[in-house]
Design a binder for this molecule. Structure first.
Ligand code: ATP
Ligand code: MG
Length: 427
């Protein structure tokens, strides 16, 4: 069981790691795409910027005065003209970049190819690592005024931060979902194992309790035997009631212990190759005798072949008896029970048919569960522990067989056991 638990956790961990890895790959692809998209947007912006700065207009005129340090026209200090053009150029660039869908922070510098710096943006910081530079070689009015090659360079800082901010809408929810899945799966696993622990301890408790009951039942049986021998006739009926009830209790205790033993693989089942037909015949005859006493109509039909199977006769007989008992217990006014056995498709079919109360369709699967009983009205009219069918199922499973159940309410039930046939001398 522990290995199963480990298996689940390993599969789950691998799945989550795989999912995280795929998410990471998606993110990388997304970042690359974002970069490509960004470059193309800047490319478009650069085009318009270049065009707008080609001609002599208010902005280029102001910039021209600033870079040629000409204060004649505006009658202001050169510093003021430079400051003004720095801000105007900045506003112009912000506007053009926005028009092309770029909102990230940037700075710019205007310089000539002899590395003389003419203008910088108000927030300009000397070049840093990890920044993208887009130099625009200006043409037209401005370079002509200066008589030099003039370059306007756009600088975008910390691009990854910008891209992540664009992708955050996807990465954060997917992280949250992965964490939610992890939490839910751990919670489900925890409650699953907790519940299984409870079931195991309950089973252990029931088994221990039944074990403890064995000794007093045995002592009562012994004492009753002695009492039966020594008591006079007037007391005998009462003593025999004690004995009968004690015997019933013994059978039930054995049932619980048998089932527990089978489940834990404690009782070693010794299979033998026998002709099970004789066992079935003996069983049917003793059941017939009892049925006659109780006014139950019982019939059996065995096909002509031999029934060679690999089995543990005691357990298998018990299983068939359980089915016959159920057929009798859950009957109506004039019970009729039929035991059919035959071979078909290399399987021995043992079929127990009754005309009893039947089982509701939604209960058909449940009746094989341990301690499950179909409630009739407000209380169970027939006594039982709900162990019979789960025991039968376990026995059939150990014999590599199959069990099936067909039932119609108020018409009757048919339970069929199928066991693999073995040829004599061939195992
Ligand atoms: P136990 O066999 O341990 O004494 P039980 O007979 O109640 O108790 P099962 O033999 O496991 O337990 O059967 C489970 C339930 O299935 C029964 O309580 C009964 O409601 C239903 N059942 C079983 N066999 C029949 C049948 N032949 N006809 C109608 N109902 C049945
Ligand atoms: Mg039963």
């Amino acid at each position: 069981m522990l290995n199963f638990k480990k298996g689940y956790i390993v599969v789950f961990t691998i799945s989550v790691l795989g999912l995280a890895f795929i998410q990471y790959q998606y993110l990388k692809i997304g970042l690359n795409l974002a970069k490509v998209q960004f470059n193309s947007k800047v490319g478009q912006a650069v085009q318009t910027i270049k065009q707008d700065l080609e001609t002599n207009n208010e902005l280029t005129f102001l910039v021209a005065q600033a870079i040629t340090k000409n204060d004649a026209y505006f009658k202001l200090s050169v510093d003021s003209i430079q400051d003004a053009s720095r801000y105007f150029l900045n506003d112009f660039l912000v506007d053009r970049l926005l028009q092309n869908g770029i909102k990230s922070d940037f700075s710019y510098r205007l310089y000539t190819n002899d590395s003389l710096l003419y203008l910088t943006s108000p927030n300009y910081i000397a070049s840093q690592e990890e920044q993208l530079n887009f130099p625009i070689v200006l043409s037209g009015y401005l370079p002509k005024e200066l008589n030099k090659r003039l370059i306007l360079e756009l600088q975008f800082e910390d691009l990854n931060k910008y891209f992540f901010s664009q992708l955050n809408g996807l990465t954060i929810p997917s992280l949250i979902f992965i964490i939610a899945i992890i939490l839910v799966v751990f919670w489900v696993l925890r409650s699953f194992y907790w519940q299984r622990n409870v079931i195991t301890t309950t089973n252990q408790f029931i088994n221990n309790l039944t074990h403890e009951l064995k000794t007093p039942v045995f002592s009562i049986g012994l004492a009753t035997k002695l009492l039966e021998e020594k008591s006079d006739d007037s007391l005998k009926p009462f003593v025999s009631i004690i004995r009968e009830q004690n015997d019933k209790l013994k059978v039930q205790i054995e049932k619980v212990l048998d089932l527990a033993g089978l489940e834990h693989g404690k009782s070693v089942i010794k299979f033998q190759l026998i002709n099970f037909k004789s066992n079935l015949l003996a069983l049917a005859q003793s059941f017939l005798k009892l049925s006659e006493l109780e006014g139950v109509k019982f019939d059996f039909n065995f096909s002509d072949e031999d029934y060679f199977i690999l089995c543990e006769p005691n357990h298998l007989e018990n299983a068939v008896s359980n089915l016959l008992e159920n057929a009798k217990k859950y009957s109506k006014n004039s019970p009729e029970i039929l035991l059919n056995t035959f071979i078909s498709h290399n399987f021995l079919h043992i079929e127990v048919k009754d005309n009893g109360v039947g089982i509701p369709e939604k209960e058909l699967k449940n009746v094989f569960k341990k301690f499950h009983r179909v409630g009739s009205g407000d209380l169970h009219t027939v006594k039982g522990y709900g162990l019979g069918l789960s025991y039968v199922k376990e026995i059939v499973r150990l014999h590599n067989g199959k069990i099936s159940l067909e039932s119609k309410m108020n018409e009757g039930t048919t339970v069929t056991i199928k066991l693999p046939i073995k040829l004599k001398g061939y195992e």
